[in-house]
Design a protein around this ligand. Sequence first.
Ligand SMILES: CC(C)(COP(=O)(O)OP(=O)(O)OC[C@H]1O[C@@H](n2cnc3c(N)ncnc32)[C@H](O)[C@@H]1OP(=O)(O)O)[C@@H](O)C(=O)NCCC(=O)NCCS
Length: 181
Amino acid sequence: MDAFPTLRTERLILRQFLPSDAGDLQRLAGAKEVAAGTFLPHPYEDGVAERWIAGLQQDYDSGKAVHFAVVLAIDRALLGSIGLDIAAAHRHARIGYWLGVPYWNRGYGTEAVRAVLGYGFTALQLHRICGPHFAGNAASGRVLQKAGMTYEGRLRGHYLRLGRFVDVELYGILEAEFTAR
Ligand SMILES: CC(C)(COP(=O)(O)OP(=O)(O)OC[C@H]1O[C@@H](n2cnc3c(N)ncnc32)[C@H](O)[C@@H]1OP(=O)(O)O)[C@@H](O)C(=O)NCCC(=O)NCCS
């Protein structure tokens, strides 16, 4: 596999997670508001961040997934994480992302999603990328809309999260649609 990619946008750098990110990762990912929209463990125990970071290179090398640290270009502060879980046999992937609460509603989520869609369709040559979010997570739906994804429908009771079945709103985009924009 190639060296781990780095993506740059107007305000962000999407780079490989480093062991030194573990403290910030635990602090930001540990917020209940962040956990509510994701499958992050909650509470986010000591050692989880270190173990998760340690597995990312193997995920990338095997083509299973690519997860970027989202950092601010201006001061390199860690904002959150974004990634693709890849099904190579189908040339498709699922995008997932979260940002620390202090960084919400400034357009960073949309900026990061656009960059990762571009990466998926160019570098990874994917055919399709989907973006599911828990029903009721309007901010995430808005991010996917702003990034140009199409609403494809509601998957009823699709995930089991914290002991409850949750409905999922599904968005998707094809390579041809991304390229045509
Ligand atoms: C989802 C998330 C990444 C969005 O990141 P962000 O940087 O705040 O997103 P943006 O600023 O690019 O866009 C947010 C949009 O949602 C809108 N929004 C925010 N809260 C909202 C709410 N409660 N209801 C409706 N819209 C809302 C904002 O107004 C903005 O839309 P606009 O630009 O049209 O005004 C962030 O909220 C997050 O990390 N949430 C917790 C984890 C999570 O849910 N991850 C997604 C898993 S699918």
